[in-house]
Design a protein around this ligand. Structure first.
Ligand SMILES: *Cc1c(COP(=O)(O)O)cnc(C)c1O
Length: 393
């Protein structure tokens, strides 16, 4: 039987034609496709500015820099995320810390955040930046976080890498509440540019700073220059930037993918609902649904009631050629982070989630027959490791 991956990109003939058109054009980088993709992404997310970069890790890095994060800054994020959500602070020389997750949403927890802020305020160690993560595509509690940000004086960089097209309180993710939001277009994410990332913001000055820093910190705009240009060739370096540019091939693919976002989103949501139905009654917890937000359904991640059997269940599914996965190993338990002083036990909710977590295949091209096979195999593996009480009696 065919392999079922946990995720697979959906590439259409129109996507391919868009990339080929760039290859046959005059510009492989720094042409018209990039601003077109940025404008389309901004429109779709109802936000004033969208700045594309080479990947979401670069987007997190450059957004931290543009938000003024540097040596001496303190950054807090969720331990239940990909490494990049925390690494970006360290790239800037800042200090990183974590806020434990809410066991229901699996996102950075509000109660834990409030408690940690209160003790940080007492100790004079408040964070400069909070990086909440929309785990699995479910938007985090941004309205309450914005209230706390105003009260305690920190900024919010939303890691919406999983949440392209998701909505929160009736508005697209990336349009409100956060100072800036980051999206990933890695091949397994909601839309793809193979590798790619985007920062959205309503703040024009922040967007200018992001554009400056993604391309060496240099400008050709006479209005930004310190001295009058001595010719049309003139450029000035105003900051220490990097080269984080997205190519025209990626941007053209992104624009074409974005046109199919609604359709791919519908396919993911329908499959997620079907999982909910098929898995009802099994000894596991399905992903949460919250009335005031719509998930992008990047991942369908369940929690087994018996975490001690997770490894065996995982192995049985992989044996059946089903690409199950686990999201995430809590960042603070990684050797690199232990060397910074973090220890297992520091964020028990994230560790408890990880212990029983299992991500099932979910992508627009997953067929109902394939999904049935995933559920049948999962059911069999769970039954093999958790004999029904009736069977024992
Ligand atoms: C994928 C991902 C990233 C990094 O994205 P890249 O585009 O691969 O650099 C960052 N944060 C989260 C939560 C992710 O899932």
């Amino acid at each position: 039987m065919a392999h079922i991956p946990y995720s697979r990109q959906s590439v259409s003939p129109a996507d391919i034609a868009a990339v080929v058109a760039v290859l046959e054009s005059d510009f492989l980088t720094q042409g018209a496709a990039l601003p077109r993709f940025e404008a389309a992404f901004a429109r779709r997310h109802q936000v004033a500015h969208a700045v594309a970069v080479s990947n979401a890790t670069a987007a997190l890095h450059v957004a931290c820099l543009a938000l003024g994060i540097g040596p001496g800054s303190r950054v807090w994020t969720s331990p239940n995320s990909f490494l990049a959500s925390a690494n970006c602070a360290l790239y800037c020389g800042a200090e990183i810390d974590f806020v434990d997750i809410d066991p229901l949403s699996r996102n950075l927890g509000l109660a834990a955040l409030q408690a940690k802020l209160a003790s940080a305020a007492a100790a004079g160690r408040l964070p400069d930046l909070l990086i909440p993560v929309d785990f699995a595509g479910l938007p985090c509690d941004l309205r309450e976080m914005r209230g706390l940000a105003e009260r305690y004086g920190f900024k919010i960089l939303q890691d919406a890498s999983h949440a392209t097209g998701a909505s929160y309180l009736g508005a697209p993710v990336g349009s409100a509440w956060a100072d800036a939001s980051v999206f990933s277009f890695h091949a397994v994410k909601i839309i793809t540019t193979a590798e790619g990332g985007m920062v959205t913001t309503q703040d024009a000055a922040l967007a200018d700073r992001l554009r400056l820093l993604r391309s060496h910190g240099m400008t050709r705009d006479p209005a930004q220059m310190h001295a009058p240009p001595d010719g049309p060739w003139a450029y000035e370096q105003l900051a220490l930037g990097l080269n984080l540019r997205m190519t025209e091939l990626q941007a053209a693919l992104g624009e074409s993918q974005l046109a199919r976002l609604a359709q791919m989103q519908q396919a993911r949501a329908a499959l997620a609902e079907r999982y909910d139905r098929l898995l009802a009654g099994l000894p596991l917890r399905c992903p949460p649904r919250l009335a005031d937000r719509v998930s992008a359904w990047h991942l369908y991640a369940v929690q087994l009631d018996a975490p001690q059997h997770r490894a065996a269940v995982f192995a049985a599914l992989r044996e059946a050629d089903i690409g199950v996965n686990v999201h995430y190993i809590p960042i603070h338990t990684q050797p690199y982070y232990r060397q910074l002083g973090f220890r297992p036990g520091d964020f028990p909710n994230a560790e408890a989630w990880y212990a029983g977590a299992l991500t099932l295949p979910l992508f627009p091209g997953l067929t109902p027959a394939e999904q049935d096979r995933v559920v049948d195999c999962l059911q069999a593996a769970l039954a093999a490791h958790q004999p029904q009480t009736e069977a024992i009696a």
